[in-house]
Design a protein around this ligand. Structure first.
Ligand code: ATP
Length: 307
C-alpha cells in the first residue's frame, strides 16, 4: 500500500516487572481500512490499545499517529483518535441526542449541530435519538458510543471488542456500520476481538496476536477470496471411485475420507476443476462445502481449538 499509515507501531514492547506482555509489535493501519486485532483472551489486545491511546506507558518502541508520537506529542497525536475502549459513559435519563450534545461541549474541538446530525445518521439512530438512553438496547447504546467517538471526525477509530455482549442482530448492525464508516469517512479503524468469524466479516486485514507477539498479518480477501487454499468437502457417490480418481489425477489433494464425503485442500480454481473431473467421470456430486479457511486453521491451532 502506498498510502501513508494513520497509525504505526514500531517495535512496541511492554514489560510489567519481569514479564513481557507485548513483544516487539510492528504494524500499520491505513486510511479507509478496518484492521482486526485478533487473539485469545490474555493475548495482549487491551494492553496494546491502552498504549495506543496513551493510557499506559510504552516500555520500548514507539506509536505514531499521523507521525506524532503518542508519548512525546500526546495532544497532537490523540486529537486524531476516537475510541470506545471501556464502556462509554452515558446518562441514562438523557436522550441520545442530549448525551451527544453534552459530550460535544467537553471535547476541545468545536462540534457543530450538523456534525451531530451527521454522526447520528452514520450510526443509523435517527429515529431513536430523541429517546432516553435508559430505554435503548445494548446494540443501540453501542451505536451511540460509536457516534460519540466519531463526533470530532477522528481519522483513527479504536474499538476494543465492540460486539461484546451483543446479540447476533446487534453484532450484524455494528459490523455493518463500522465497515461503512471506515469506507465513507476514509477512516482507519483498529478493532480488537477474540472471534475470527466476526473479524472475517468486518475487517480488511487481520493481525493475529498470541502471547504478546504478532504472529501473522493477512488480508481477509486472500482468505475468503481466490488466492489461498481452502478445505472443501465433496459429497459424492460412488465414494471409492471418486477417491481413486482424485488420487490418480491430483495426488495429494485428498485430505481425508468420511462417510459419503471427501475432504480436499484446493485453490479457488481447484474447486471448479475437481467438480468438472467428477462430472465428466460420471461421479454424482451432491454437495460442495467450504469447511475451513487457512486463516481459521491458523487461529484454531493458536487457540487450541477455542473459537
Ligand atoms: N497490570 C498488569 N500486571 C501484570 N500483568 C498484566 C497487567 N495487565 C495485563 N497483564 C497481563 O498481560 C496479558 C495481556 O493482557 P490483555 O488484557 O492485554 O489481554 P487481552 O488480549 O486484551 O485479553 P482479553 O481479551 O481477556 O481482554 C495477560 O496475560 C494479563 O494477565
Amino acid at each position: 500500500m502506498s498510502k501513508k499509515p494513520v497509525v504505526e507501531l514500531n517495535h512496541v514492547t511492554k514489560r510489567i516487572g519481569k514479564t513481557t506482555i507485548i513483544d516487539d509489535l510492528n504494524l500499520q493501519v491505513f486510511p479507509g481500512e478496518v484492521f482486526g486485532f485478533l487473539g485469545p483472551n490474555g493475548a495482549g489486545k487491551t494492553t496494546t490499545i491502552r498504549m495506543m491511546v496513551g493510557l499506559m506507558d510504552i516500555t520500548e518502541g514507539e506509536i505514531l499517529i499521523h507521525n506524532h508520537s503518542i508519548e512525546e506529542n500526546f495532544e497532537k497525536a490523540i486529537a486524531h483518535v476516537g475510541g470506545i475502549i471501556e464502556n462509554p459513559e452515558m446518562y441514562k435519563f438523557l436522550s441520545g441526542y442530549d448525551n451527544l450534545v453534552h459530550y460535544a461541549r467537553m471535547v476541545p474541538k468545536k462540534i457543530s449541530k450538523d456534525r451531530i446530525h451527521e454522526v447520528v445518521k452514520l450510526v443509523g439512530l435517527e429515529e431513536r435519538i430523541k429517546h432516553k438512553v435508559g430505554n435503548y438496547s445494548l446494540g443501540m447504546r453501542q451505536r451511540l458510543g460509536l457516534a460519540q467517538a466519531l463526533l470530532h471526525s477522528p481519522s483513527l477509530l479504536i474499538l476494543d471488542e465492540p460486539t461484546n455482549g451483543l446479540d447476533p442482530a446487534g453484532i450484524r448492525e455494528i459490523r455493518n456500520y463500522i465497515r461503512q464508516i471506515a469506507h465513507e469517512e476514509n477512516m482507519a479503524v483498529f478493532v480488537s476481538s477474540h472471534l475470527l468469524s466476526e473479524m472475517q466479516l468486518m475487517c480488511d486485514r487481520i493481525g493475529i496476536i498470541q502471547n504478546g507477539r504478532l504472529i501473522s498479518v493477512e488480508s481477509v480477501r486472500d482468505f475468503v477470496g481466490t488466492s489461498s487454499k481452502q478445505k472443501i468437502r465433496y459429497h459424492v457417490s460412488p465414494l471409492d471411485q471418486a477417491v481413486e480418481l482424485l488420487r490418480s489425477t491430483y495426488g495429494s489433494v485428498v485430505e481425508s475420507v468420511g462417510d459419503g464425503f471427501i475432504d480436499t485442500t484446493v485453490s479457488y480454481e481447484g474447486i471448479a476443476d475437481l467438480t468438472e473431473l467428477f462430472v465428466t467421470h460420471h461421479i454424482r456430486v451432491y454437495g460442495i462445502e467450504n469447511i475451513q479457511s487457512t486463516l481459521e486453521e491458523k487461529f484454531l491451532e493458536m487457540t487450541g481449538g477455542e473459537k
